[in-house]
Design a protein around this ligand. Structure first.
Ligand SMILES: Nc1ncnc2c1ncn2[C@@H]1O[C@H](COP(=O)(O)OP(=O)(O)OP(=O)(O)O)[C@@H](O)[C@H]1O
Ligand SMILES: [Mg+2]
Length: 151
């Protein structure tokens, strides 16, 4: 496990960017942590690292639940905050994108059925104070392990 303290929004974004640079197609990242902990901020960095043009402004996909951005690989940004049953996951097309070769970043991934994901990179953010966050990254699978070594 990798634990990193960031002391500003920019540092969290930079960590996301570094992660994005080393991502392989088909990688799934789960993002957990309280409201306002920095999940979307991390995904903004991820998008930069994936060479997604700056004119796409990444916000939480509250109503659509999944946003898609073109970059070195496609980035699917999923936010499950408003999901309250597993049937909806199929309706929003989540299973389909998980079987594709885009990068999938899932906020509020704790709402997924247990054991759904075989291989993924788990990112958990704890709020330490107004400006500081503890970001814990755990690899599940070889792809994630290789990525962590580069961070
Ligand atoms: N070290 C830090 N890293 C990231 N964000 C920080 C940090 N310090 C302060 N912040 C602030 O915390 C907030 C993080 O918001 P963000 O939308 O990324 O959170 P979130 O986890 O996606 O929330 P939600 O659960 O509502 O989707 C921003 O207002 C940002 O300015
Ligand atoms: Mg968010």
């Amino acid at each position: 496990m990798l634990k990193i303290i960031t002391n500003s929004l920019d540092e969290t974004r930079a960590l996301g960017e570094k992660t994005g640079k080393h991502l392989e197609p088909g990688t799934v990242l789960t993002l957990t942590g309280d409201l306002g902990s920095g999940k979307t901020t991390f995904v903004q960095g991820l998008a930069k690292g994936l060479d997604i043009p700056d004119d796409y402004y990444i916000t939480s996909p509250t109503y659509t639940l999944i946003n898609e951005y073109p970059g070195r690989y496609h980035l699917f940004h999923v936010d499950l905050y408003r999901i309250d049953n597993y049937a909806d996951l199929d309706d929003i097309g989540l299973y389909e994108i998980l079987s594709g070769d885009g990068v999938v970043a899932i906020e509020w991934a704790d709402k997924l059925p247990k054991n759904l994901l075989a291989e993924y990179l788990a990112i958990h953010i704890d709020i330490l104070n107004d400006e500081s966050r503890k970001i814990s990254i755990v690899a599940h699978g070889l792809r994630g392990e290789n990525l962590i070594k580069k961070l």
